[in-house]
Design a protein around this ligand. Structure first.
Ligand SMILES: C[S@@+](CC[C@H](N)C(=O)[O-])C[C@H]1O[C@@H](n2cnc3c(N)ncnc32)[C@H](O)[C@@H]1O
Length: 196
């Protein structure tokens, strides 16, 4: 997904639901500044320790609910990223959180949302109870049209979607995503780009 972000050396990037901040490892040398936001104190202290040990200086972390953080940082960021975070949110929370994220972007800002694709064959099996599911609260895996609709309802205008391979061994099946009719069930991950 990194090439799709089209990062610039002047970019201020915010990573919502950053966890241990692993995105920072692959983007810190390409941007001006990174902010990681997560409501888990354990993840934030682990991320801060990890980044200090790595000697990365253009980053900071904040332990906060996303909505509260955005209220404190209006129109500030060039790029907002969320990786595997939106699955924590039911539809009402999704709209509230993403309207807040939109408010944290500057007028040229862009959001990149990366999530499992609800149309992927494995996610379909999970929905039918035929494959093991992750523990709650990680529960809302959606299809691309569902992400698009929710982002539009959250206020985002220009929204577009692409599909990426899985990051585990299932990526080897990605070539099947080009097949007619059944190709959609082999698209493991959705990457949505939305302009403020
Ligand atoms: C599956 S983890 C992904 C972590 C990281 N993005 C990664 O790819 O390694 C999702 C993270 O989102 C955080 N999170 C979920 N909802 C949140 C919210 N409303 N405010 C802040 N953090 C949230 C969780 O604490 C968790 O660390």
């Amino acid at each position: 997904m990194i090439p799709a972000l089209r990062l610039a050396p002047t970019d201020h990037v915010v990573d919502f639901g950053c966890g241990s901040g692993s995105l920072l490892d692959v983007i810190h040398s390409r941007i001006e500044h990174y902010t990681g936001v997560d409501f888990s104190p354990d993840f934030i202290s682990y991320a801060e320790k990890r980044v200090a040990e790595a000697g990365i200086t253009n980053a900071r972390f904040e332990c906060s609910q996303i909505v509260d953080f955005c209220a404190r940082h209006p129109a500030e960021f060039d790029i907002a990223v969320s990786v595997d975070m939106a699955g924590y949110l039911n539809d009402a929370e999704f709209e509230r959180v993403h309207a807040a994220i939109r408010g944290s972007l500057n007028p040229r800002g862009r959001l990149f949302l990366y999530m499992a694709n609800g149309a992927f064959w494995l996610e379909r099996l999970k929905k039918r109870g035929l494959a093991p599911v992750s523990a709650a609260p990680y529960s809302s895996v959606r299809t691309a049209p569902e992400y698009l609709e929710l982002l539009r309802q959250s206020g985002f205008g220009d929204v577009r979607v692409s599909f990426t391979p899985h990051y585990n061994a299932l990526r080897r099946l990605h070539f099947l995503s080009g097949l007619p009719v059944v190709g959609g069930t082999f698209r493991a991950k959705v990457l949505v780009e939305a302009r403020r």
